[in-house]
Design a protein. Structure first.
Length: 282
């Protein structure tokens, strides 16, 4: 099928540690989550809560302990913010509410996130990255290395990717993201933080689509628009699973038809060029 992808985070003590010259050897990078972290700069890794040993610099054991504590606290704030957004919405997700639920002081919360908008945007991106990692891992587990390049295998992979992405872009937590979009319409500070985060998430979504669904740029964008629209339309009344699957199957049919038409058009154009060249040689 032309155009189909080819596949492949109580209060934490901050006591002074005893001086030590011992160096910590970075742990081997073996997980998909850690490999994704290497593509991020140090600030983005800290914001998203990556604390695996392989991305910590070669520092003393005491320094590494402090970094892990700080990253763990930040991860707790992100997870707690996500829970507040799902239960209380954007309006109810305030700094004091998150700090109280996390068992942290207000000062600890402000140390990591100076404003509420910074905190909620980081939490939403954190959630999105978790879900995308789940999609990556689930597809890799289901499809393996996709050594079987048959049309049936390719279609099964595309459908599995669509179903996983549709699940990631739906439900109460996705609804919390939509609340942020609506609030950002009239909140310049929120929009300033939200737009770059959404662009990073969308870039990751495009990558998954290109690998598993289609390599055609326009079809990638239309696929994401379809999934976003289904997520919004199912917010109040969830789509029945059989109806959702039918829609996704029909979308795969559409992608395949567009790919076939494009291949046929290219072949026809090549034939016409060849005929023209042959006529000129006579």
């Amino acid at each position: 099928m032309g155009g189909r992808g080819s596949g492949t985070r109580g209060t934490f003590p901050y006591g002074r540690d005893e001086p030590t010259r011992a160096r910590v050897r970075p742990a081997p990078c073996v997980t998909r989550r850690c490999r994704r972290a290497h593509s991020l700069d140090r600030v983005r890794r800290r914001e998203l809560g990556y604390i695996h040993g392989c991305i910590l610099p070669d520092v003393t054991a005491g320094e590494q302990t402090r970094q892990v504590r700080a990253a763990t606290t930040r991860l707790l704030l992100l997870d707690t913010t996500v829970a507040c957004l799902a239960e209380l919405g954007y309006a109810g997700t305030t700094g004091p509410a998150v700090a109280e639920r996390a068992g942290l002081s207000r000062g600890a919360q402000l140390h990591h996130f100076g404003t509420r908008d910074q905190m909620v945007v980081a939490a939403v991106e954190h959630l999105a990255q978790q879900r995308l990692t789940h999609v990556d891992d689930s597809l890799a587990k289901r499809m393996g290395d996709r050594a079987d390049a048959s049309a049936q295998s390719s279609r099964a992979a595309a459908l599995a990717a669509l179903e996983l992405l549709a699940a990631a872009m739906s439900g109460p937590l996705y609804g919390a993201t939509l609340e942020l979009w609506a609030a950002a319409r009239t909140n310049d500070d929120l929009r300033k933080h939200l737009v770059p985060a959404e662009e990073r998430v969308r870039a990751d979504l495009r990558e998954i689509c290109r690998i598993w669904i289609t390599t055609e740029p326009l079809l990638v964008e239309l696929t994401l628009d379809l999934l976003r629209g289904r997520g919004v339309s199912g917010m109040l009344v969830p789509h029945p699973s059989d109806a959702q699957r039918l829609v996704l199957e029909r979308w795969i049919d559409t992608i395949d038809a567009v790919g076939a038409a494009g291949a046929a058009g290219a072949a026809g154009a090549a034939g016409a060029v060849g005929s023209g060249e042959g006529g000129g040689a006579q």
